[in-house]
Design a protein around this ligand. Structure first.
Ligand code: AHR
Length: 315
């Protein structure tokens, strides 16, 4: 019986892969602002190659206008499907309506959009971005064990769905502790350079010794903030707690070195999930779930050295 089941499963997988193999997919990517995003692009290409998918990647350099142009070009080329990592959440209805009119399914990757018409996209592969913030906030409360704490927050790109959500989740995570409060918030645009600059500003603006923790919406901005803290003679990881999101190799290195305390994983392997559901949809019209949720796992320094080794070549 088990043998029969396996064979059925294998045949099904083979057929789905064949359906995927015939596909040409356009991927409108945001850019390469972070190590995480570069890894997402790399894995999208690797997985496409493995499956024989013809993947066309367009780098939008952080501009929604470039993403809209790329989508229109994919439609004109008659691609079989479009992957979209939307830089901001609003303003997609018109162009996605054009894709829909051309019968081209669209799968959102890593960020959601605001629309009154969910039929404009087939599915979204993302994490629960509110939960990511909650996980980070709860970790901080537990770590503090009742101590007072003034937190500074470095946000990602304003207007992106996940930025409001990561903020909201973190606020929920710390809400059980009346002694933990966010005292400053600013966007570091998800980049290392901007994260450093924002942290330098926070250090100048706050009284010496008064910042107790940094919450950064991604690891790259935290790496920049760590540099700023060190240059100011502060000790990130001990004197100032550091929690962020993504789980890229460099944050594991920082944790192993004692400079950071926690990260919440966002898998960069988004595209393979999209390829799977598009293959099934292409083959026999199987309608995927509207939201394919990826996990949000907390990582701490105890496994940091091993995690760094495991991930360093993936990125
Ligand atoms: O949308 C995912 C976010 O975008 C990642 O957390 C960040 O690193 C990236 O730039």
């Amino acid at each position: 019986m088990a043998g029969c089941g396996d064979k059925g499963g294998t045949d099904k997988a083979t057929k789905a892969n064949e359906a995927a193999a015939a596909m040409t997919i356009g991927f409108s990517q945001i850019g390469s602002e972070s190590g995480w995003r570069a890894a997402e692009t790399k894995l999208a290409k690797l997985e496409a190659e493995k499956r024989g998918i013809n993947l066309k990647v367009s780098d939008a350099q952080q501009q929604q206008a470039n993403q809209i142009k790329a989508i229109r070009s994919f439609i004109a080329q008659g691609v079989d499907a479009i992957l979209l990592a939307p830089v901001i959440s609003s303003g997609w209805d018109e162009v996605l309506g054009e894709a829909k009119a051309a019968n081209i399914p669209v799968v959102l990757l890593d960020r959601q959009i605001d629309t009154a018409d969910p039929s404009l996209y087939l599915s979204a592969v993302t994490s629960d971005t509110v939960e990511e913030g909650r996980v980070a906030g709860r970790w901080l409360v537990e770590k503090l064990a009742g101590r007072d704490c003034r937190v500074v927050e470095i946000q990602g790109t304003i207007g992106a769905s996940l930025v409001a959500n990561r903020k909201k989740g973190f606020e929920e995570g710390i809400s059980s502790a009346g002694n933990v409060q966010i005292v400053r918030t600013q966007s570091g645009e998800f980049t290392r350079a901007k994260g450093k600059e924002v942290m330098e500003g926070f250090i100048k603006a706050e009284a010496p010794g008064s910042i107790c923790a940094v919450y950064a919406h991604n690891d790259d901005m935290m790496i920049g903030a760590i540099q700023a803290m060190k240059e100011a003679g502060l000790k990130p990881g001990s004197e100032i707690l550091a929690v962020s999101i993504d789980a890229v190799p460099d944050i594991f290195k920082a944790m192993a070195d004692g400079d950071a305390n926690a990260t919440v994983e966002l898998t960069p392997d988004m595209a393979s999930r999209a390829y799977d559901l598009l293959a099934a949809y292409n083959k026999d019209g199987t309608v995927p779930p509207k939201w394919v949720q990826t996990p949000s796992t907390l990582y701490l320094p105890d496994t940091a050295a091993a995690e760094y080794e495991r991930r360093k070549d993936l990125y």
